[in-house]
Write a protein that binds this ligand. Structure first.
Ligand SMILES: Nc1ncnc2c1ncn2[C@@H]1O[C@H](COP(=O)(O)OP(=O)(O)OP(=O)(O)O)[C@@H](O)[C@H]1O
Ligand SMILES: [Mg+2]
Length: 268
């Protein structure tokens, strides 16, 4: 029996001529904290949008909890939580009101709502600020509220797109502590981040995504070993894969140029 809870098979997304996601495949096991890292524009957010049913793929397939994300989007939406890269909390409402809105959105039964909301406020350390307007929150508090919103319905899979972007180190640390606890409760997490030390500490496996493709996918330790040294930082591993990708692109260009030249010569 397979333990896979999230799967992508040759997933591709084109925007005009741009292949934002270029035939990627992976399978994530139940209980994993899986990271996607990669430079700006690598296709991380696009991948998450496809997996969360918000964007149709151009080709390929994806499954969440066994459901095809294109064919059964409402089934998928019931078992996932999503914290987008851009802000998703409403600044003009209080923390409590934001949570109430999501509790309604997720169809949490009325008699359960108050309990779930107060549990999540407590869990995310937001009890004292529950009645304050979100626009008065710090960045870290907003992120914690958004995570609280996204797990109110106790999803099996949680998607976090850059959950700590723009936060100071202390606030970042706090967010990761909460994510760890959510994962310990059995929720599978797929996250993206630009903070590679954090990915190293948090993730069971990491996919390095470059220009729409997965350049490598493995545990942090095996990724380090793949470039020859288990003691180097994940930053160095990342740089090494970026260099390789640039090299292959250059040789690709070179090949193209020499092919064009050969053709020109033949024709000339
Ligand atoms: N709606 C869209 N229309 C056209 N192009 C898009 C659209 N969304 C994304 N792209 C392009 O697809 C590519 C991948 O973008 P994506 O947002 O997935 O990258 P990312 O890895 O999340 O980057 P970042 O680290 O900056 O968040 C980029 O070239 C981007 O400009
Ligand atoms: Mg992104």
């Amino acid at each position: 029996m397979t333990n896979t809870i999230l799967e992508a098979k040759n997933l591709t997304k084109k925007f005009g001529d741009i292949k934002a996601v270029d035939s990627i495949s992976f399978a994530i096991d139940k209980g994993e904290v899986f990271g996607i890292v990669g430079p700006n524009g690598a296709g991380k957010t696009t991948t998450i949008k496809i997996l969360t049913t918000l964007l149709p793929p151009t080709s390929g397939e994806a499954f969440a909890g066994g459901y095809n994300v294109v064919k059964f989007p409402s089934k998928v939406r019931r078992i996932i939580g999503y914290v987008p890269q851009l802000l998703s909390a409403d600044g003009t409402l209080s923390g409590y009101e934001n949570l109430l809105m999501f509790a309604k959105l997720y169809d949490i039964p009325k008699k359960e709502r108050e309990k779930r909301i107060s549990e999540s406020l407590h869990f995310m350390g937001l009890e004292a600020s529950a009645d304050k307007l979100v626009k008065s929150y710090s960045g870290g508090m907003i992120r914690r509220l958004e995570i609280a919103q996204s797990v109110l319905h106790r999803p099996a899979i949680l998607f976090l797109d850059e959950p700590t972007i723009g936060l100071d180190p202390v606030a970042r640390e706090a967010v990761w502590e909460y994510v760890k606890v959510i994962a310990q409760h059995g929720t599978t997490v797929l996250m993206t981040t630009h903070y590679l030390e954090e990915a190293d500490a948090m993730c069971s496996r990491i996919a390095i995504m470059i220009r729409g493709r997965i350049a490598a996918i493995d545990s942090p330790l095996n990724l380090k070993l793949s470039v020859g040294d288990k003691n180097i930082s994940l930053n160095k591993v990342f740089e090494s894969y970026i260099d390789k990708s640039i090299d292959s692109e250059e040789s690709g260009n070179y090949k193209d140029v020499s092919r064009t030249r050969r053709t020109a010569k033949r024709l000339g």
